[in-house]
Design a protein around this ligand. Structure first.
Ligand SMILES: [Zn+2]
Length: 479
């Protein structure tokens, strides 16, 4: 029998507001344990949570960008459960009236096929703290710094059939949220984490099988591997005539397997009820209209515009818009008068190369557009040859160093002196008669050697094109 895998996702995204959802504590990542909290976010009796307006704004912006319907009258509910990372013993979340519903996210797969992922809902909630396990001391400590950090949870319909679709969706979601500026989506710091609901059914069947939930997957690699493992495990159970148990399973990165954690809770287990401390929200049409107007140009719109306005190939536009800060860098270069295709080539080659070598993102780099533009114009004006320019680029990349100063200090400026070039060619030919003879005997390889020697004689500062033609001319003359 052939089986079909059915996957739905719940994605938790930390919003990058400065302060927490219901108090004015900082949301900054890290910090000494229990230094980013107050009586409100640690749930002391008698305190009153007050909704951070920015959280609502970010959630509505995300809802609009995911093409959802915004719930004009919405409210918060208490989700009650006891766990040591939750000092209040309830989480303020939204069950009955989430801020957005019925969204749609179009995705594109590697084959070029397109698919629409339906968003069931998007709701606001507060994050819980963290438990830090110390196996050495055999103890567990509570850090409440993360309590009350604002989250949106985005729940899809069970629309995915493969891990590839899941990853394509998450990449799209991350791009949308980063362009909106509502989250940094750093998976390594837990600001984007995924719960994967998965079931299998005979291909062609319309009924959903029993699903399991894998919690808190925090890298694309872990998600893809967990999906592959769990689908295979369920199919094997079904083929043996056994049944899948509805439960929460933990993905163990090191063992490459999922393990049962606990039986799955249902909504009634949490005894939800409307939170009496946070008043319901009424969202006006004017407010929505204002946020709609503020929506930025997204990656896909930029890609289309770069193709249309600058004639760049789709691959280039995809690379340039892969990070919001990179696209902004590119656009600033153009506003300084740089040529679109040359700038794109430098960004895709050198800038992305340095970023990946240094393991940083475009938004964290020090290099400024004006430095790159200076370098590009020096190449264009014949003052630097391309190889030297790449070396200069690497030297100034880390601290946005002074290109002109560096070139002067190291005497790197290209020599465009025909006499010096002729002298160098004469010298190299005189010193390498064997290579000259080899070339005349038909060994084309000798040509490259002679060019290299002349370049060396010019200390790498000559225009490679000019060296090439000077050597060619000299050889022709000797023939
Ligand atoms: Zn607080």
């Amino acid at each position: 029998m052939t089986w079909e895998t059915v996957i739905g996702l719940e994605t938790h995204v930390e919003l990058c507001t400065k302060t927490k959802i219901f108090c004015s504590c900082t949301t900054e990542f890290g910090g000494a344990p229990n230094t980013h909290c107050c009586p409100v976010c640690t749930g002391m009796p008698g305190t009153l949570p007050v909704l951070n307006k920015k959280v609502l704004e970010f959630a509505v912006k995300a809802g609009l960008a995911l093409n959802g319907e915004i719930t004009r009258h919405c409210k918060f509910d208490r989700k009650n459960y006891f766990y040591p990372d939750l000092p209040k013993a309830y989480q303020i979340s939204q069950l009955y009236l989430p801020i957005a519903r019925n969204g749609r996210v179009p995705i594109r797969l590697e084959s070029g096929a397109e698919k629409v992922v339906h968003i069931h809902e998007l709701h606001m909630e507060e994050d819980a703290g963290k438990l830090v396990h110390d196996p050495w001391l055999e103890e567990t400590r509570c850090d409440y710094n993360r309590c009350g950090v604002p989250l949106i949870e985005i729940v899809t319909e069970p629309d995915f059939r493969t891990a590839e679709e899941v990853i394509a969706y998450l990449e799209k979601l991350r791009s949308i949220l980063q362009y909106l500026g509502v989250s940094d989506c750093k998976m390594q710091e837990g600001s984007l984490r995924c719960d994967v609901n998965l079931s299998v059914r005979p291909a062609g069947s319309m009924e959903l099988g029993t699903r399991t939930e894998m919690k808190n997957l925090s890298s694309f690699k872990a998600i893809a591997r967990a999906i592959a493992y769990e689908a295979k495990r369920q199919i094997e159970l079904m083929e043996e005539g056994k049944s899948v148990v509805q439960e929460t399973r933990r993905w163990d990165e090191n063992k490459d397997a999922t393990f049962a954690m606990r039986s799955k809770e249902n909504a009634q287990d949490y005894r939800y009820f409307p939170d009496p401390d946070v008043p319901p929200l009424e969202i006006s049409e004017e407010y929505l209209e204002q946020l709609r107007r503020e929506q930025p140009e997204m990656a896909e719109e930029k890609m289309a515009r770069y193709q249309r306005e600058y004639g760049l190939p789709p691959y280039d536009t995809q690379m340039l818009t892969s990070q919001k800060a990179l696209a902004a860098f590119f656009e600033t270069c153009l506003s300084l008068g740089s040529d679109p295709k040359q700038t794109a080539n430098w960004i895709m080659g050198q800038v992305l190369g340095q970023l990946s070598a240094k393991g940083i993102e475009a938004k964290d780099m020090k290099l400024t557009p004006s430095t790159l533009v200076t370098l590009i114009s020096m190449v264009k004006g014949g003052r630097l040859n391309r190889n030297t320019a790449v070396k200069v680029f690497e030297a100034v990349f880390d601290d946005d160093g002074d290109v002109e100063g560096y070139v002067k200090a190291h005497g790197l400026e290209q020599i465009n002196d025909p006499e010096a070039l002729t002298a160098a060619v004469e010298k190299v030919f005189a010193a390498n008669t064997q290579s000259v003879a080899d070339f005349k005997a038909g060994k084309e390889k000798a040509f490259g050697f002679l060019v290299g020697q002349v370049m060396r004689e010019m200390k790498g500062k000559a225009d490679p094109q000019a060296v090439n033609s000077a050597v060619r001319k000299k050889l022709n003359a000797e023939r």
